[in-house]
Design a protein around this ligand. Structure first.
Ligand SMILES: [Zn+2]
Length: 152
């Protein structure tokens, strides 16, 4: 949880930076829900009393938390490793997930030789990781076939 004010109803809630981001409103809302821990990952659903496995169905290596889906799952790790992450931000990948989100989403410097900012790339990155996770989770027939194909 956030060090100061973990609920938006508290006056010192440390998440209002989200509303200053220059990004699509749906992505802004997604980041906001991440801060509130209200993205329905399997581990969050389990905390709310839903039964079912909490394992990431991509890597089967860890619990499916927000940090796992957006940063720590091998597929996310690979995307970030291949990205042109500014050197100042590399250490943020070892920080608490909320701090990681804030530092990267607010890093407005342009990437060398690119027309866009790191923050924009980062925000589209986490959004697409989330969409990708939903796609594979809800497209049962194809993921089932894929798994069968791998196991046979
Ligand atoms: Zn995983």
């Amino acid at each position: 949880m956030l060090a100061t004010g973990s609920s938006p109803n508290e006056p010192n809630f440390a998440g209002n930076w989200v509303w200053k981001l220059k990004i699509l409103p749906k992505i802004q809302l997604f980041v906001w829900k991440c801060l509130l821990m209200s993205i329905p990952t399997k581990s969050i659903l389990a905390q709310r009393g839903f039964n079912g496995d909490t394992c990431c169905d991509w890597c089967h290596e860890d619990q499916e938390s927000i940090a796992h889906v957006l940063r720590d799952c091998p597929i996310a790790t690979r995307i970030w490793a291949e990205s042109e992450c500014p050197s100042q931000l590399r250490k943020s990948f070892n920080l608490d997930i909320l701090e990681w989100l804030r530092l990267n989403a607010c890093f407005s410097s342009h990437l060398p030789g690119k027309g866009h900012q790191w923050a924009t790339f980062f925000l589209f990155g986490i959004w697409n990781l989330w969409l990708f996770r939903n796609k594979r989770l809800f497209a049962r027939p194809s993921s089932f076939n894929l798994r069968q194909a791998v196991e046979n």
